[in-house]
Design a protein around this ligand. Structure first.
Ligand SMILES: *Cc1c(COP(=O)(O)O)cnc(C)c1O
Length: 467
């Protein structure tokens, strides 16, 4: 198994080098040279596996022997041993033809734990094997940060710095990130947006000398492992729902920000899973809706919404989809990304737009629509949706053919976003782990959103081990 860059200027590399490189050294994103194909027969045999065994089947086809099978199995067991539900990602029926896939039973109550528990353990494994210290640098809209910190806190050989937009994350998200008092963790609250954080991090990662000097590693979904680990639950949910409904094809509605989670669904489909429509659910930061409807991808004005983890304008993983849309032609991807840099937009032609609309439907959910969806489902079904999941459900309502079955990804627990739940006049009880956070002290530095102040702080955190 080889991995290549969407922009074509990185030599073929293996799985572990792909994990370590994160962002491709040519500024593109890493993808498998060939996507492993799963036959119908194989799907049949996979349909009865536990989550962990399924994860092993899927992940091992990309690892391709670089990690011995037993060690990979141990990494997977350890990663999902921290989850509170025995099924890891259980599926719940809400109505006829309507299911939610609960992805929030990990340590920080959001779906990011599924990939980041695994990635944290993988970094630890690599660090032990190679003796190399690993310095993780990431930007977060709230959930990735908490989850990545939880994945590596206290782990030897790893230090982590997370940038979050100051005052733009929920109270519980901020507490989860900043009440960790381990020496290897640094929280920088930037006076800016998630997009500012992500842009600065990309600038640092693109500087290959700097990246190598500090062994900088990525935990954002620019890292292919994030995507890979997230394909597993599409398979898991498909098997449960196909069994229960007798349907051969399942649609998914996915709350989307950086296009990572939904790209995992696209990859699962490319591997052979009978996924029907993938519904892109966004909030008022609805660039992707515009793209699916008009074929023009153009970030605009940043909006703060009830679903802050999706307050993203520039969707990093969009480039991975673009690669497949442009017939796997790296020169064409590079040209489009150059156009994006100079003109601030990407446009595709009629024929490509038809393909986009075959792959995806999309709906940008307005603020009041999000809250109304939470209230409506709470009243009618007793199920409490978090505001991100509510965007997914609202998009399911506008975009799913009622004859077809749809699974909405429940990306977070409602307790993480009580500010939005309260606006619906709903009182919820917090899980114990979240209640405890309010008693703890916060550790973070508030900094300007400029590269120089980030670099300054990184030097302090990382210099101890760099010669
Ligand atoms: C990160 C996040 C999303 C968006 O996922 P992407 O992979 O960035 O598209 C949606 N909901 C929640 C709760 C999240 O934390």
């Amino acid at each position: 198994m080889n991995f290549i860059s969407t922009r074509g200027n990185v030599g073929k590399i293996g799985f572990i080098d792909t994990v370590l490189m994160g962002l491709a050294n040519d500024g593109g994103l890493l993808i498998p040279e060939k996507i492993p194909q799963i036959s119908e027969e194989k799907l049949q045999s996979m349909s009865k596996l536990s989550y962990q065994d399924l994860a092993f089947e899927i992940i091992s086809s990309y690892v391709d022997g670089e990690i011995p099978d037993q060690e990979l199995k141990d990494l997977i067991e350890k990663s999902y041993g921290t989850f509170r539900h025995s099924e890891i990602t259980p599926v719940k029926k809400i109505r006829d033809n309507m299911y939610v896939l609960e992805l929030f039973h990990g340590p920080t109550f959001a779906f990011k734990d599924i990939a980041l528990q695994f990635l944290g353990n993988l970094y630890s494994y690599v660090s032990k094997k190679t003796g190399e210290t690993i310095h993780i640098l990431g930007a977060t809209s709230g959930d990735t940060g908490a989850s990545a910190i939880e994945g590596v806190r206290g782990k030897e050989g790893i230090r982590i710095c997370i940038l979050h937009p100051f005052g733009k994350v929920s109270q519980v998200q901020e507490l989860q990130m900043t009440t960790v008092h381990d020496e290897n963790v640094l929280n920088l609250a930037i006076k800016g947006t998630f997009d500012d954080g992500q842009r600065m991090i990309k600038e640092l990662f693109v500087d290959v000398d700097y990246k190598n000097k500090y062994h900088l590693r990525a935990i954002n979904s620019i890292n292919f492992v994030r995507i890979l680990a997230q394909t597993v639950y599409y398979f898991y949910a498909y098997f449960q729902v196909a069994k229960e409904t007798g349907k051969k094809q399942v649609n998914f509605s996915v709350p989307t920000g950086n296009f990572g989670d939904i790209f995992a669904g696209y990859l699962a489909k490319k591997m052979g899973l009978p996924v029907g429509k993938l519904i892109v659910a966004t909030n008022e930061n609805n660039i992707l809706e515009g793209f699916v409807q008009k074929g023009v991808y153009r970030p605009g004005e940043f909006r703060s919404t009830y679903s802050p983890s999706m307050d993203i304008q520039v969707a990093s993983n969009f480039e991975r989809y673009l690669y497949y849309l442009l017939d796997e032609n790296p020169a064409a991807v590079s040209a489009k990304m150059d156009q994006f840099k100079s003109e601030g937009k990407i446009a595709v032609n009629e024929e490509q737009l038809c393909q986009v609309q075959e792959d995806f439907a999309a709906h940008g959910v307005a603020g009041d629509e999000c809250l109304e969806t939470i209230s409506k489902y709470y009243d009618e079904t007793g199920y409490l949706l978090d505001p991100h999941t509510a965007c997914g459900v609202a998009a399911y309502e506008t975009s799913n053919d009622p004859k077809e079955v749809c699974v909405t990804l429940a990306t977070a627990h409602p307790a993480k976003f009580n500010e939005s739940i309260e606006r619906c006049g709903i009182e919820q009880t917090f899980p114990q782990q979240i209640k405890e956070l309010f008693e703890k002290q916060k550790y973070m530095e508030v900094v300007e959103a400029d590269k120089a102040s980030i670099v300054d702080n990184l030097e302090k955190l990382f210099s101890y081990s760099v010669k």
